[in-house]
Ligand binder design. Structure first.
Ligand SMILES: [Zn+2]
Length: 381
C-alpha cells in the first residue's frame, strides 16, 4: 500500500529562482511537444509518441541550458503530456497549450536521491535547482517518488512511500458512522461530532476586490493571486480539520468502521443541500479514515445506505409511516425502542457491515455492497 506524505518546503532565494526557471522551461517543453504532436498529425497524419519525444529531449540536452536540470524531471513533463493525450483518446478534451498564467507547476522525480538529515532540517536536493529543506521527519522506508508542487502560497514536497505494517493487534469493536447535515457524524456508540462551520468571509472579500480591479491590468493579476491564496487557506484549513477528526476517531474509538456508500455527485444535484454537503467534505472524510484505519491494522467498509434512517436498529422492523427530516428521536412501535435518530442510523449501518464475517467482509469489499442478510426485511413487508 502506498502513502503520500506532504511537507512544506523551505528554499533559498537562488533555489526559488532556479525552480521558477525550471517551470518556465518545462512550460516551453510542454507547449513545443504539444505543437509537434499537433502539427505532425494535421500535416502528415503521423503520430508522435512519448518515446519519440523522449529521444528528442536527449538530443536537446546536449545544450547546457537543458542539461542543467535532471532529465527525469523533464521526462515527467513529457509523460504528463502523454497522459493528457491518453485522456483525450478515451474521454475527449484536446490537451491545451499552457499560458504563463495556467503554467506548469509540478514535476516528478522517480528515482529520488536519499533524503539527508542536517540537525534541525531534512533536505532533498535536485540538480540545477538546489536544496529543498523540510522540517517534519518522514517514516522509515524507501521513497518511491517525489513530487515538487508550486502552489499559490508555497512550495510543497510530496513523498510517495510504501506504508509500513502495523504492529499491535487492535481489539476494539467496529463502529458504524452516520454522516449527517445537522451533526457532522454520529457513531453507533453514541458519540457525536458537531457541525462544521466554514468561514468564507475572506474569499468573499477578495472576490469583491478582484471584481473591482480593472480588466487586463497588472493589479488584477495580483488580486487574482490573492484570491487563489485565500481559497488555498480555506481548503487547507478544512482538510486539516478532517485529518484531525479522522486521527481522533482511530485513536479514541476503533480502527474498524462501517460507513454509508453515499453517491455524492448525485446528492449535489439537490441544490439546497449541495453547499453543506461539499462543505462537509464527505468523500475526503472517508478517504482519510480509510487509510488511517488501514495503517492501524483495521478497515473501512461501505454499505448500501438505503433505509438506514427508517429501520429499527433493535428489532429490524420498518415503521408504517416514514420518519420525517425534523423528527430527532426514533420510536419503534414493534419493540418499544426509543433512540436518537442518528444513533439508530449509525447502528443500522454497523449491523449491515458486520453481518458477514470479517474474512467475507474483505472479500466483498471489492465486489460492492455487503449483503445485509436477514436483518433487513424488504421495504414491502
Ligand atoms: Zn424495534
Amino acid at each position: 500500500m502506498l502513502r503520500t506524505y506532504t511537507r512544506k518546503a523551505y528554499l533559498s532565494k537562488s533555489a526559488h529562482v532556479n525552480l521558477a526557471d525550471f517551470f518556465d522551461q518545462a512550460r516551453y517543453l510542454y507547449n513545443e511537444s504539444l505543437a509537434e504532436r499537433k502539427n505532425a498529425w494535421e500535416q502528415e497524419q503521423r503520430s508522435v509518441t512519448y518515446v519519440d519525444q523522449q529521444s528528442a529531449l536527449t538530443v536537446r540536452r546536449r545544450d547546457p541550458s537543458w542539461s542543467r536540470f535532471p532529465s527525469k524531471a523533464q521526462r515527467s513533463i513529457l509523460k504528463r503530456l502523454d497522459r493528457a493525450y491518453q485522456h483525450f483518446f478515451k474521454r475527449g478534451g484536446y490537451p491545451r497549450f499552457r499560458s504563463w498564467r495556467t503554467g506548469i507547476h509540478s514535476f516528478e522525480d522517480t528515482a529520488p536521491a536519499k533524503v539527508k538529515s542536517s540537525g534541525k532540517y531534512f533536505s532533498y536536493t535536485v540538480k540545477g535547482i538546489g536544496c529543498l529543506k523540510f522540517r517534519e521527519a518522514l517514516p522509515d522506508g524507501k521513497v518511491k517518488l517525489v513530487r515538487v508542487v508550486r502552489t499559490p502560497r508555497r512550495i510543497k514536497l510530496q513523498f510517495v512511500m510504501e506504508a509500513s505494517e502495523p504492529e499491535v493487534l487492535d481489539v476494539r469493536p467496529p463502529v458504524g458512522i452516520d454522516l449527517g447535515i445537522k451533526d457532522r457524524a454520529t457513531l453507533s456508540n453514541g458519540y457525536k461530532v458537531p457541525k462544521n462551520v466554514l468561514d468564507r468571509s475572506e474569499i468573499k472579500r477578495r472576490q469583491r476586490i478582484l471584481s473591482r480591479a480593472k480588466k487586463g491590468s497588472k493589479n488584477r493579476d495580483k488580486k487574482r493571486l490573492g484570491l487563489a491564496k485565500a481559497w488555498q487557506r480555506v481548503t487547507e484549513r478544512e482538510k486539516g480539520k478532517v485529518h484531525a477528526l479522522t486521527s481522533a476517531l482511530v485513536k479514541d474509538h476503533s480502527c474498524r468502521y462501517v460507513v454509508e456508500d453515499l453517491k455524492i455527485p448525485n446528492m449535489v444535484k439537490n441544490r439546497r443541500l449541495s453547499r453543506s454537503i461539499i462543505e462537509q467534505q464527505w468523500g475526503f472524510f472517508v478517504q482519510c479514515l480509510t487509510y488511517k484505519a488501514e495503517s492501524a491494522g483495521g478497515w473501512v467498509i461501505k454499505v448500501n445506505p438505503r433505509n438506514t434512517t427508517q429501520q429499527c436498529s433493535g428489532c429490524g422492523s420498518m415503521p408504517r409511516e416514514k420518519i420525517g427530516l425534523g423528527q430527532r428521536t426514533y420510536h419503534c412501535y414493534a419493540c418499544g425502542l426509543s433512540l436518537d435518530r442518528d444513533v439508530n442510523a449509525a447502528r443500522n449501518i454497523l449491523h449491515r457491515g458486520i453481518t458477514s464475517d470479517s474474512a467475507g467482509i474483505i472479500a466483498e469489499m471489492k465486489g460492492g455492497y455487503i449483503n445485509p442478510g436477514d436483518k433487513t426485511p424488504s421495504p414491502t413487508s
